[in-house]
Design a protein around this ligand. Sequence first.
Ligand SMILES: O=C(CO)COP(=O)(O)O
Length: 127
Amino acid sequence: MTSPLRLALIAHDEKKADMVSFAIAHADFLAACDLVATGTTGRRVMDECPQLKVKCLKSGPLGGDQQIGALIAEKKIDAVIFFVDPLTPMPHDVDVKALMRLAIVYDIPLALNHATAEMLARRLSQP
Ligand SMILES: O=C(CO)COP(=O)(O)O
């Protein structure tokens, strides 16, 4: 038996509804993953998809992106789905960039929008 995919879920506020739709549409796939998320994203996903268990870290602006970055550096995350809001300035933009940089450094799949997340979920849910 293979170990579950360790997947991080993150969504900026304007994209949280999008993340919830994604989670509902892919609930079976996500239920088979070890899920970790920034605080508000994780709680929102669990509220709307109660069958999913998500380990919630700190909220993004309070260090959650950095915690996910650290997990990537420790090789404890296999893939990241991060629904980024490109139209709103973020006080923690440097943390967001650092997380993306580490995903690139460690060469893990990083989906930054819904279309790419769909492809990732379809690909990763294949046996
Ligand atoms: O700000 C975020 C990512 O940069 C997301 O954090 P929350 O999930 O806590 O809203």
